[in-house]
Design a protein around this ligand. Structure first.
Ligand SMILES: [Zn+2]
Ligand SMILES: [Zn+2]
Length: 135
């Protein structure tokens, strides 16, 4: 699969436990297949609460619509219910979700605050983000 942000970069697969995460080494964006975020957070109900799929969000200024790396359909922008809200891309056919660099780590931080630490999110934050150290 190619990175929906960089277009000519190929996503690399990382696997932890049973969760496969596709990752772009150039822009540090992350693609999650449908259902994988639930596995990462470990709680489907809570995950659904974080994401407001079905209520399209406004794209940040200058950000173009991206294409799903699997089916190439134009993805829709959705936002999380976290504060601050995170805008992510969602395949209209439900293939998965795209998060820009640091966004997944931010969501996992929120999940931890609500649900407590999980091994998978600790692993992913090690790999993908130091969003807590930036502030
Ligand atoms: Zn990329
Ligand atoms: Zn798709």
């Amino acid at each position: 699969m190619r990175c929906p942000h960089c277009k000519d970069e190929v996503l690399i697969s990382l696997e932890y436990e049973k969760v496969e995460v596709d990752y772009c080494t150039a822009c540090k964006g992350v693609w999650l297949d449908s259902g994988e975020l639930e596995l990462l957070i470990g709680n489907e109900e809570a995950t659904v609460k974080f994401l407001t799929i079905g209520s399209p969000a406004q794209a940040p200024k200058g950000e173009k619509h991206r294409k799903c790396p699997e089916c190439l359909a134009r993805m829709t922008k959705e936002s999380t219910t976290t504060d601050p809200a995170i805008i992510f891309d969602h395949c209209p056919q439900g293939d998965g979700l795209w998060f820009d660099a640091g966004e997944l780590a931010t969501i996992l931080n929120h999940a931890e605050e609500t649900l407590g630490q999980s091994e998978v999110s600790t692993f992913l934050k090690d790999v993908f983000g130091q969003s807590k150290q930036e502030s």
